[in-house]
Design a protein around this ligand. Structure first.
Ligand code: UDX
Ligand code: UDX
Length: 465
């Protein structure tokens, strides 16, 4: 099947950048990203490239090159589904907050809505590509909806999970470790797989394009994220042991990472992993295993989450105990709110949980983050906490720079590893703070010796205490 038009439903962190790169590398294919959120589409169409709805280094350049040429952002969902031979589903699949599987299973209602919409408007054969992370066997459900409610046209379902990491999305898309495409193991399935392989082949070497059956592809995405998150929980568990024994977790990570069988990536201890994927995907794996009666498998993966929650709580508790067991009415400065550097995404960021725990102790929190808006910070906190909204406003404020955030504070907590935090005028900050001035480095980005020389009481994760 020749693909001239692609439609992607969902103009989010995945849909936007992925389609921008597909359009850039395939100038003869028209790519339209649609979304039910009008404001989001307007932002994607904004002439000021600083106003794109997501911040991702290098994205603005690709948008400038492709938008209006063969990349379009639109609210006309039906028309674009109808016009396209290939439709990507890239809507969000959050953890269910209600009913069966609450807190664990993926909420597939948006995906199902997309499938129904596609079935309703399709007038000719379509290839439907799952981009959203989904539980294994979702493709079967999508296929069923399409076949039962469609008007007799043929639908072929592919799974093409996205492995981009935020902050490095453009590079991850440009030179992916692998592109994974799962599809039906029959003639029409193979034809659909080949159509998508061809699109990626415009820039990805063929040895990096892996084709599998549908279920392997769906499961690989979950397992990939689970393995990555597991490494972080593993090193975080060791960080606690280091603090008790006098070992230094960064030294341990380096030493084990030099074993080529282990490898050095994803061994950076932290205040806990965040982001839209890790927790959600592991919970998914836990839920699926449990549903299939695999209790031991389910418990095994659940431990990764338990450890991550523990790491956030442990960090908040350390601040509390170090500040003489009370933070009531003390000012604590938060540097960073996003779940990692170089993104304005805050989903599941450890900062939200740590702030909530400290506000429970009546601390006053002053936050500075270079990319996250005040609105977003309050939304995050209000969503997590059971406190009334105005209570959070009493306890937390957002500052436009790190110096105001730190001034008069008792302690600084580093929650995100933004590069700019390394080069602040730490002498100036020290002089503006209450004494003793504490630093709780949740990312171990500062040089302990330098910081202690200035006079700070430095406390890094997994560092000798
Ligand atoms: C996506 C996937 O959906 C998620 O499962 C995967 O793990 C990561 O990538 P992301 O792009 O980060 O998530 O989500 P988000 O930024 O929330 O974007 C989803 C978009 O879909 C939103 O703009 C939302 O408005 C849109 N949407 C949602 C629709 O257009 N239609 C719907 O029915 C639901
Ligand atoms: C992740 C996967 O990496 C990506 O392949 C998938 O498509 C989506 O989920 P993302 O969540 O964007 O990407 O970022 P990632 O770089 O994986 O970081 C996730 C969290 O782990 C962040 O909070 C980060 O700070 C933390 N992390 C990462 C650590 O604490 N230590 C590490 O060594 C690496």
């Amino acid at each position: 099947m020749k693909i001239n038009n692609i439609c992607c439903i969902g103009a989010g962190y995945v849909g936007g950048p992925t389609m921008a790169v597909i359009a850039q590398k395939n100038p003869k294919i028209n790519v339209t990203v649609v979304d039910i959120n009008k404001e989001r589409i307007n932002q994607w169409n904004s002439t000021d490239l600083n106003k794109l709805p997501i911040f991702e280094p290098g994205l603005d350049k690709v948008i400038a090159e492709t938008r209006g040429r063969n990349l379009f952002f639109s609210n006309e969902i039906e028309k674009n589904i109808k016009n396209s031979e290939m439709i990507f589903i890239s809507v969000n699949t959050p953890t269910k907050t209600y009913g069966d599987g609450k807190g664990m299973a993926a909420d597939l209602r948006y995906v199902e809505l997309c499938a129904r919409k596609i079935a309703e408007v399709a007038e000719d054969d379509k290839i439907v590509v799952e981009k959203s992370t989904l539980p294994v066997k979702t493709a079967a459900a999508i296929k069923n909806i399409l076949d039962e409610t469609g008007s007799g046209v043929h639908f072929e379902i592919l799974s093409n999970p996205e492995f981009l990491a935020e902050g490095t999305a453009m590079r991850d898309l440009e030179v992916p470790d692998r592109v994974l495409i799962g599809g039906g193991q029959n003639k029409s399935g193979n034809a659909a797989i080949n159509a998508l392989v061809k699109i990626y082949s415009s820039w990805v070497p063929s040895e990096n394009i892996l084709t599998t059956n549908l279920w392997s592809s769906e499961l690989s995405k979950l397992v990939s994220n689970a393995f990555l998150a597991q490494r972080i929980s593993s090193i975080n568990s060791i960080s606690e042991l280091c603090e008790k024994t006098g070992a230094d977790v960064d030294e341990v990570a380096k030493a084990i990472g030099m074993d080529s069988r282990i490898g050095s990536k994803f061994l950076k201890t932290s205040v806990g992993f965040g982001g839209s994927c890790f927790q959600k995907d592991i919970l998914n794996l836990v839920y699926i295993s449990k549903s299939l009666g695999l209790d031991k498998v389910s418990e095994y993966w659940n431990q990764v989450i338990i450890l991550n929650n523990h790491q956030r709580e442990r960090f908040a508790k350390k601040i509390l105990t170090s500040l003489y067991n009370t933070v009531a009415e003390k000012k604590i400065c938060f540097l960073g709110w996003s779940f990692k550097k170089d993104t304005n995404d805050t989903r599941e960021s450890a900062a939200i949980y740590v702030a909530d725990l400290l506000i429970d102790e009546l601390a006053n929190i002053a936050v500075y983050d270079p990319k996250v808006s005040m609105n977003q910070i309050f939304n995050d906190l209000n969503k997590l906490s059971t406190r009334e909204k105005n209570k959070n406003e009493q306890f937390l404020r957002v500052e436009p720079n790190p110096y105001d955030a730190a001034s008069n504070s008792h302690a600084i907590a580093i929650l995100t590893e933004w590069d700019e935090f390394k080069n602040l005028d730490w002498n100036k900050i020290f002089n503006s703070m209450k004494k003793p001035a504490f630093i709780f480095d949740g990312r171990n980005i500062l040089d302990k010796n330098k910081i202690e020389k200035i006079g700070f009481v430095y406390n890094g994760i997994g560092k000798p205490q």
